[in-house]
Design a protein around this ligand. Sequence first.
Ligand code: CA
Ligand code: CA
Length: 151
Amino acid sequence: MFQVGGLTAFTVALLVAVAPASVGVGSVSITGRSHGDMSSLVAEVSLDATGRKLLVRLKSSPPDGDEYTLSLTGSLKTATGRPLSGDVDVRVFLLEGDVDGSGEVTATDIMAVRRAAAEGLGDPWLDVDRSGAVTVGDMRAVRARLGRRVE
Ligand SMILES: [Ca+2]
Ligand SMILES: [Ca+2]
């Protein structure tokens, strides 16, 4: 349900539509396993036209090399005014070079970037060196981080 696009924005697909008036920077919390509450990094939470997808922008990326829990808070309400229920947490790894989100930078990540570069894909999490495109430079950037893992 969560998809991390780079380190500064993500979207949340909701099972039910929420009331636009209940959507705000307090709708989402971010907690790092090592770094604690990083919710103050949330710059903007908006709702798309369907009312079932939240777009979350962060002021800056949380510190690299940690595991973060992204949660929807009780301030979000459905169109009928009820709090959202169900499983609304997800854990993500933030680790530069770990493009497949396994929590560790391995040869698999290099291969994923190589494949993306060959196919001309430009997904933001594959642009490890943030040049704006996925190229051989990103393979080098992943290789330089080989062996790093989320502690
Ligand atoms: Ca990986
Ligand atoms: Ca790049």
